[in-house]
Design a binder for this molecule. Structure first.
Ligand code: 9MR
Length: 462
């Protein structure tokens, strides 16, 4: 099948869709202040998929088959993502609810959607202690071994050539400081060797699939669980047990924030010779703080050449498994959140967001940022505002600076600030724009030691 990937040690080829290669021009410019770098983004990528692909990565989402009939859901999925994971439909209880009776119908709808859009398909998950049907829990040792290998074989054969990467084993280690294996039926009946047996079976069924071990709370390098998984992978690699990849689920919240040393963790695993993938990313929160964490995770992946891509665990906050945490990139109306823009811009894209899926008619605009000048203590930024396919009467967007930065001057717009002083809302001060038209506004940022680019919010048009 055209969407399959060859297994190899580095990041895989992404997406079978042909996407337009886009150039980001970085030119030197002489100003009164001396030689400065000006980043001019000429038609930068405006979707997550395109921007990720330009970086040699994929950008995926977990999908529920039951939502594919919702047009905004599917439009957002198809526009922004080039990889799909079934959020629940490829789990054991869904595919083999009673012994020997496989039901691929729901999972196949997701696979078919991915195929029709030229998207990659991640397989999640072959062997997991959760969402496991009761009949498996009751098997004796020999029966369980047969059932496990039969499940892996039947499912992988069904999706051979379609699924590029499989989460062969999911969440086999305990949380906390023990570094021990989780007390699952597989561990109890089959002993320590069950994980490698699962991987050996998987390799024998589909030698071209990328075989992953997938887990959560494996983000901080020094945690006992991270170390335990690392030791297992190192052992597998040294003994030739077939493992190609480690999946980092990356479910973050205030009690479990993105660790400072995240890229160290990814790099250390990569240094074992396996691919790393961020497989279930979501980050509780909102606004700039959520955006910064999303940007950090994206940056960590880009910093590790063996990090082949990122999957977020859902398309919209409203259908997230923890919706009250608003952990995703699109809000319940499919508007792109600041976190979306942080990811897109970290990937080198700009604008984007598709103008939202709301009901504000045809009025839409996008924004992109570039630094135009830099001096010893400050820099100037320019935001270009572009109207969509319809004329707009007015526009507004936000520019968030990163403390201790301060905006000391603005031009060509009508600014206002939030109480923190970090978020500037800029509105048009000279009316609207014709269809496809553009304008720009500018500002000076006193760096105060922080040279990070400001984060743009989405553009709102009326
Ligand atoms: O998002 C999934 C949710 O709809 C299910 O109810 C839940 C059942 O355990 O599984 C969620 O997905 C999990 C994933 O399969 C494995 N890692 C943790 C995910 C979030 O719980």
């Amino acid at each position: 099948m055209s969407t399959a990937h060859q297994r190899r040690s580095g990041p895989r080829r992404v997406g079978s869709r042909i996407r337009t290669a886009v150039v980001t021009a970085v030119v030197g410019a002489l100003t009164a202040g001396g030689l400065v770098a000006t980043a001019g983004t000429a038609s930068a990528q405006s979707t997550l998929a395109d921007a990720a692909e330009a970086q040699g990565r994929y950008f995926g989402a977990a999908v529920a088959a039951g939502r594919l009939g919702e047009s905004d859901y599917t439009a957002t999925l198809d526009r922004e993502f080039n990889s799909v994971t079934a959020e629940n439909s490829m789990k054991w209880e869904s595919l083999q609810p009673s012994r020997g009776n496989f039901d691929f119908s729901t999972a196949d709808r997701i696979a078919e959607h991915a195929r029709s859009q030229g998207m990659d398909l991640r397989g999640h998950t072959l062997v997991w202690h959760s969402q496991l049907p009761g009949w498996v829990e009751n098997l004796g040792t020999n029966d369980l071994r047969t059932a496990m290998n039969n499940h892996i074989t039947t499912v992988m054969e069904h999706y051979q050539g379609q699924v590029g990467s499989w989460d062969v084993v999911n969440e086999a280690f305990q949380d906390g400081g023990s570094g021990a294996r989780r007390d699952s039926v597989f561990q109890r009946r089959l002993g320590n060797s069950w994980i490698e047996e699962a991987f050996r079976t998987a390799r024998s069924v589909d030698p071209n699939a990328t075989l992953c071990y997938n887990d959560y709370n494996t983000d901080a390098w020094n945690s006992a669980k991270t170390q335990a998984v690392y030791d297992m992978v190192a052992d597998f690699v040294s003994r030739g047990v077939p493992i190609d990849c480690v999946g980092f689920q990356a479910h973050f919240n205030s009690g479990n924030p993105v660790p400072e040393n995240y890229h160290t963790t990814l790099q250390n695993f990569a240094d074992l010779g396996v691919e790393v993938q961020i497989t279930e990313l979501d980050i509780a929160g909102s606004g700039e703080s959520q955006a910064q964490q999303y940007g950090g995770v994206t940056q960590a992946c880009l910093a590790v050449s063996a990090c082949s891509g990122i999957t977020v665990w859902g398309v919209t906050d409203k259908y997230s498994w923890r919706s009250e945490d608003t952990p995703l990139l699109f809000d319940g109306d499919y508007n792109a959140k600041p976190a979306y823009h942080a990811v897109l811009e970290t990937l080198g894209g700009s604008g984007g967001g598709g103008g939202g899926g709301g009901d504000d008619g045809d009025a839409a605009c996008t924004v992109s940022y570039e630094q135009t000048q830099r001096w010893g203590d400050r820099f100037n930024g320019r935001v270009t505002v572009r109207a969509g396919d319809a004329a707009i009467g007015s526009w507004s967007t936000t520019v968030t600076v990163h403390p201790p930065q301060e905006i000391s001057a603005t031009w060509n717009g009508d600014p206002s600030w939030d109480s923190s002083g970090d978020v500037m809302t800029m509105r048009s001060d000279s009316g609207g724009l014709p269809a496809g038209g553009q304008t720009s506004f500018g500002f000076t940022v006193m760096a105060n030691g922080n040279w990070a680019a400001p984060t743009l919010g989405s553009c709102t048009a009326s």
